[in-house]
Write a protein that binds this ligand. Structure first.
Ligand SMILES: NC(=O)c1ccc[n+]([C@@H]2O[C@H](COP(=O)([O-])OP(=O)(O)OC[C@H]3O[C@@H](n4cnc5c(N)ncnc54)[C@H](OP(=O)(O)O)[C@@H]3O)[C@@H](O)[C@H]2O)c1
Length: 246
C-alpha cells in the first residue's frame, strides 16, 4: 500500500506506539488523524508532526465509549477524506498492579473488553463498509504475546487481545472478496507507559523503542497486499516469516 496520501486513523496516539506510528506515517506522507482521551498530549504530538511538515489532526475521544465512535469516524473523514487505514492501537491493561482472575472485578473485565475489543469492533463496523465500496482499506489491530500465552495476572488484557486477534481473522474471512484487508501485529515489548504500569521493575534498556517498532509497522502497511488478510504478525520477525511462507 502506497503510504503517501493515505487517509489514516490511529487510535491511542497521544504517546507510546500510537504517537510513534502517527509520526512515522506522517513522515511518509500519510494524512493522519490521531485519537486519544488526553487532549493536551495529543495536541503536542500533532504539533510536532506539523512542525516537521506532516499533516496531522487530533481527535479527543474514548474508544470504549459507544457515542464517540461515529463522531470520530465522521470527523476523521471530514479532515482527511475517506479512511484507507485504521490502526486499532489504543488499549488498557485494566487496574494496575495487575491481579489474578479471582481478584478481578467483573466490571473491570467489561471495561477492558469495551476498550480493547468492542471499541475496535465498532470502529471497524463504522469504516469497513466505506472501504468495501472503494475496494480499498487496511485495518491493523495491535495485539500482544499475551493473546497466545497465558501469563498469571494478565487475564482481562489477555482475553481481550486473544479475542481481538480472532475478530481480525473473522473479519478477513467475511470480507475476503471486498478489497478490505485485516492484519494483526504483536509489537513486542516496548519502553512505554503501559509497560511501566504493568512491570515497573523491568529493565527498560531491554525494551524496544516504540519509534523503531512503528517503522516496522509502517513497512508492514507498505507490503500489506503481499500478506494474506487475517494474518497475525510479529513486528520483529514478520519479514522472515513471510519469506518462509512464500
Ligand atoms: N508496551 C508494550 O510492551 C506492549 C507489548 C505488547 C503489546 N502492546 C500493545 O501496543 C499498543 C500500544 O501500547 P503502548 O505501550 O504504546 O501504550 P501506552 O503508552 O499506554 O499508550 C496507550 C495510548 O492509548 C490511549 N488510550 C488508552 N485508553 C484509551 C481509550 N479508552 N480511548 C482512546 N485512547 C486510549 C492513551 O492515551 P489516553 O490515556 O490519553 O487516552 C495512549 O495514547 C497497545 O495495543 C498495547 O496493548 C504494548
Amino acid at each position: 500500500m502506497e503510504i503517501r496520501g493515505l487517509g489514516a486513523l490511529v487510535t491511542g496516539a497521544s504517546r507510546g506506539l500510537g504517537a510513534a506510528l502517527g509520526r512515522a506515517l506522517a513522515r511518509e506522507g500519510a494524512r493522519v488523524v490521531l485519537m486519544a482521551r488526553g487532549a493536551g498530549d495529543l495536541e503536542r504530538v500533532v504539533a510536532g508532526i506539523r512542525r516537521q511538515g506532516g499533516e496531522a489532526h487530533g481527535l479527543d475521544a474514548d474508544i470504549g465509549a459507544k457515542d464517540d465512535i461515529y463522531r470520530i469516524t465522521g470527523a476523521a473523514a471530514a479532515l482527511v477524506g475517506p479512511l484507507d487505514l485504521v490502526v486499532h492501537n489504543a488499549s488498557t491493561l485494566g487496574p494496575t498492579p495487575l491481579r489474578p482472575l479471582l481478584d478481578t472485578a467483573c466490571e473491570d473485565l467489561v471495561r477492558v473488553l469495551d476498550v480493547n475489543l468492542v471499541g475496535p469492533f465498532r470502529l471497524t463496523k463504522a469504516v469497513a463498509g466505506g472501504m468495501a465500496v472503494r475496494r480499498r482499506g487496511l485495518v491493523v489491530s495491535v495485539t500482544s504475546d499475551a493473546s497466545v500465552s497465558a501469563y498469571a495476572t494478565w487475564g482481562a488484557y489477555s482475553v481481550s487481545k486473544a479475542a481481538l486477534d480472532h475478530l481480525g481473522r473473522v473479519w478477513a474471512a467475511e470480507l475476503a472478496e471486498s478489497g478490505v484487508r485485516f492484519l494483526t501485529v504483536d509489537p513486542g515489548e516496548m519502553d512505554t507507559a503501559m509497560h511501566a504500569d504493568a512491570m515497573p521493575d523491568a529493565d527498560r534498556t531491554a525494551l524496544a523503542d516504540p519509534a523503531s517498532v512503528a517503522d516496522r509497522i509502517v513497512d508492514i502497511v507498505r507490503h500489506a497486499e503481499r500478506i494474506p488478510s487475517g494474518t497475525r504478525l510479529e513486528a520483529a520477525s514478520w519479514r522472515a516469516a513471510l519469506e518462509q511462507a512464500s
